[in-house]
Design a protein around this ligand. Structure first.
Ligand SMILES: Nc1ncnc2c1ncn2[C@@H]1O[C@H](COP(=O)(O)OP(=O)(O)OP(=O)(O)O)[C@@H](O)[C@H]1O
Length: 316
């Protein structure tokens, strides 16, 4: 059920588009010809290891850093050209960027005033992020999780159709992570565009519909999470027997790819469990274990971004 503190008819989300976006810091290409689109109505995860260029990309989106080349736009327009930026796009870039002695309510009032928004929004967004009880406490006393909630409240002040969150799950406890995930999904379900960055694949798995994966400032993948998993994870069959030499001979003779593991099991790739079982049965080999597994997304991500790092260092 939609949350009544958000509008019943929230503003339409619009696309965030990066086109050949590039940022050079001296000899470092922090963002290297990056192009992607984040769509309305879905949660898009912006994923890359530390130093991949995520924050730099988001800073360029908000006009906090000037691109060396290319563009990044919101609904086809640069942030500076938006008629009503606070009602179009909200940001959580650095949750710790609060005045430590200012109360949460005052912090929000300052933003609401600067953006020409109604004071009543302050109470609404505090309520929405579960901080009503801490409204009069100085933000400097807040835990990281509370600071993240205050940051989200700030981003939601203008009830924007586009929300961009830099590492929103960082430092949150499991309850906070669940809350943030649900909020992102609810906001996307209302038709908003939600783009959030993370350096952990595991954070995307339960949250994102679409993924934009970057390494060394370059695009590695831009697809749905489902397709990303389907196209990039390899299926492995683990097989164990008390006669490993015989099984190794049988597998080799059948031409399947396999590797011996230190625990004396075999990891077979490129075929299914039933085929492995039949190969063993044909040779009369008794199996102690036959398990199908998928490579974890975290492993896929590390492999893909490692390759990008290697490529980057060769190209440099
Ligand atoms: N102001 C700056 N001056 C010089 N180099 C910078 C600056 N900001 C970022 N960089 C460099 O640009 C690259 C990309 O950094 P960026 O912070 O955008 O990555 P990130 O993907 O957000 O990583 P993290 O997850 O660590 O925040 C890094 O090599 C970083 O050292």
């Amino acid at each position: 059920m939609p949350d009544r503190r958000l509008r019943t008819h929230p503003p339409e989300g619009v696309e965030i588009q990066a086109r050949a976006l590039t940022k050079r810091y001296g000899g470092t290409l922090a963002v290297d010809g990056l192009s992607f689109t984040a769509r309305p109505g879905v949660v898009t995860g912006f994923l890359g290891p530390n130093g991949a260029g995520k924050s730099t990309t988001l800073r360029m989106l908000f006009g906090l850093s000037r691109p060396t080349g290319g563009t990044v736009t919101i609904g086809g327009r640069r942030l500076a050209d938006l008629d009503d930026p606070a009602r179009t796009i909200g940001a959580l870039l650095d949750a710790r960027a609060v005045h430590p002695h200012r109360t949460a309510a005052d912090h929000l009032l300052t933003f609401a005033h600067a953006a020409g928004l109604a004071r009543t929004r302050v109470g609404e967004v505090l309520d929405l992020v579960g901080l009503s009880g801490a409204a009069t406490r100085p933000a400097g006393e807040f835990s990281l999780g509370m600071q993240q909630r205050l940051g989200i409240a700030t981003a939601l002040l203008g009830d924007p159709g586009v929300l961009v969150l830099d590492e929103p799950l960082n430092g949150l406890d499991p309850e906070g992570i669940r809350w943030m995930r649900t909020l992102m999904r609810d906001l996307a379900a209302q038709g908003r565009t939600i783009l959030f960055s993370s350096h952990l694949m595991s954070e995307l798995e339960l949250t994102a519909d679409d993924v934009i994966v970057v390494g060394r400032g370059r695009l590695i993948a831009e697809t749905t999470l489902e397709r990303f998993v389907e196209e990039n994870t390899t299926r492995t069959v683990t097989v164990r027997t008390s006669t490993p030499d015989a099984l190794a001979r049988a597998l080799r003779a059948s031409g399947v790819d396999f590797a011996a593991r230190p625990d004396s099991s075999f990891a077979v790739t490129g075929t299914d469990a039933s085929t492995v079982g039949k190969i063993a049965a044909a040779e009369g080999i008794a199996l102690d274990e036959l398990v199908r597994a998928r490579e974890s997304l975290e492993d896929v991500f590390l492999r893909l971004t490692h390759d990008a790092t290697e490529y980057g260092s060769h190209a440099a």
